[in-house]
Ligand binder design. Structure first.
Ligand code: SAH
Length: 463
């Protein structure tokens, strides 16, 4: 190891920053976050630093660098664009045995500032010993997206209760299990839900009365339309922590590939023609079975769980069973298909509202408000509609929508094989037949669909 990692306590300690430009300002901010008393030595200060000096938050030492500026300093940071000045700072610091960082100059520096992921009081510092800062930054980005923001408050809570935890659980093994429970169970859940008081109460109760050994839970995760880049950070984290993943057919292989490797994957997709209620009952049973034995279950659904995904029913079931759950929204097909086909769902000139509609079967169609749907200047996004294009077009036109209203059918939206078939409502069924459009496909009807021709940017456009 070339460098020895340390975390320095700078509370109330004087640190000198040499340089008055934007790089210096950035360093000053970081030092202030750690509570340092910062002096800035430079002929002139950039506006932010000048403001800080005027408010007395930093002390400005004007002029060119002098070794005496280092008096009483614990650390020094040289952030000028003049290598000679930086070298002089470094030399003076060495003489006084004060650690010196020269920004972006590993050779002159006697200490380096790592890339950090801040979940205070938990802080991760990453160093490449100055040889590959880009790599360190990349790693930081990865960790930043993996580590939940609730970790900070969780560490803080645990620190506050540490004496009580030690007293209540003198055995080390028992304490470990408690901390596992703290990280994986309801306390972390409450913090993720921004409920610190509940988290604290849960922890207190666990110390007083013991905690359940099986903190199983279900996270209902929206997997988006297929492009794994459209997953949320929370979805990625849930996939990383899952013991079991119950996934739909629509959850893409690329998304599943991001999940924890040793998680059990169970496909619970509904097939056309299958008894959907039986499948749904099986999904409920699987969720309960795995959560009850303490597993973290991810129920992964295409798009968003609450848009034609029966997510509501699954939550009602979990609530009845007293199983803890969280919901992570996903990008629903209408949003993704529109974006990836270059169709703004609303547009000041063309559409003032959007409706998400299911047109699965005749029964669905009969309950729809066709007069409302046929009005102009609104966008309709039909889910599960490929099988009924003929009837959909007929009904819309019969209720007054213009036969030349633009439509776009987006097949496999956001996936590499995406295709868009666009045209006028009157020709829709024929065009879809010609191009053999298959599920999953989303139908967008409305003036905005006409923009696809001009604004498309992704994949191929047929018709
Ligand atoms: N919960 C999902 C919708 C499930 S219903 C969501 O929020 O997106 C299934 C229907 O969604 C399909 O019949 C199709 O109309 C649409 N759909 C889902 N993924 C799609 C994709 N990648 N491309 C086009 N349509 C898609």
């Amino acid at each position: 190891m070339k460098l020895f990692p340390i975390f320095a306590d700078l509370q109330g300690r004087r640190v000198l920053v040499v340089g008055g430009g934007s790089v210096a300002a950035r360093k000053v901010r970081a030092l202030q976050e750690a509570g340092a008393e910062v002096r800035v030595g430079a002929p002139d200060l950039e506006p932010e630093l000048a403001g800080q000096a005027a408010d007395g938050r930093i002390v400005h030492v004007p002029g060119r660098f002098e070794a005496s500026w280092l008096d009483d300093a614990w650390l020094v940071v040289a952030a000028t664009d003049d290598r000679e000045v930086n070298a002089a700072v470094d030399a003076a610091a060495r003489e006084r045995r004060i650690f010196c960082n020269v920004v972006d100059d590993a050779e002159l520096s006697s200490f380096q500032v790592p890339a950090i992921v801040d979940r205070s009081p938990l802080v991760l510092a990453i160093s490449s010993s100055g040889v590959a800062p880009v790599l360190a930054r990349r790693l930081r980005e990865r960790l930043e997206s993996l580590l939940d923001h609730a970790l900070g408050p969780l560490a803080e809570l645990a620190a506050r209760h540490r004496p009580r935890i030690r007293a209540a659980l003198p055995d080390l093994g028992q304490r470990r299990r408690f901390y596992d429970w703290l990280l994986d169970g309801p306390v972390a859940g409450w913090l993720r839900q921004q409920q610190p008081a509940q988290a604290e109460a849960e922890l207190q109760q666990a110390l007083d009365r013991g905690w359940p050994q099986q903190p199983g839970s279900v996270v209902l995760v929206g997997a988006g339309p297929g492009d794994p880049g459209l997953l949320t950070l929370k979805a990625l984290r849930a996939l990383n922590e899952a013991d079991v993943i119950l996934h739909d057919r629509l959850a893409s292989a690329d998304v599943l590939a991001l999940a924890r490797r040793d998680a059990d994957r169970i496909s619970v997709g509904k097939l056309p023609g299958e008894n959907h209620d039986a499948t749904q009952a099986r999904i409920h049973a699987l969720m309960a079975e795995h959560a009850r034995v303490g597993r973290r279950v991810v129920r992964l659904k295409g798009g968003d769980a609450f848009i034609f995904g029966r997510g509501g029913e699954e939550l009602e079931f979990l609530r009845e069973q007293g199983i803890r759950y969280e919901v992570v929204p996903g990008i629903t097909a209408a949003l993704a298909c529109a974006a990836y086909a270059g169709i703004p769902l609303t547009h000041r000139d063309h559409a003032q509202s959007v409706r998400l509609v299911t047109a699965h079967c005749r029964q669905d169609e009969d309950t729809l408000d066709w007069d409302g749907l046929a009005r102009s200047h609104q966008t309709l996004a039909f889910y599960m509609g490929v099988g009924q294009l003929e009837r959909l077009a007929e009904r819309l036109v019969a209720h007054g929508r213009a036969p030349d209203t633009p439509f776009a059918l987006v097949e496999n939206g956001s996936r590499p094989e995406q295709r868009v078939v666009a045209g006028k409502l009157a020709d829709m069924a024929a065009l879809a037949r010609t191009h053999q459009v298959h599920a999953p496909a989303l139908l967008i009807v409305g003036e905005v669909a006409g923009l696809a021709d001009k604004l498309h940017w992704f994949g191929s456009t047929a018709g």
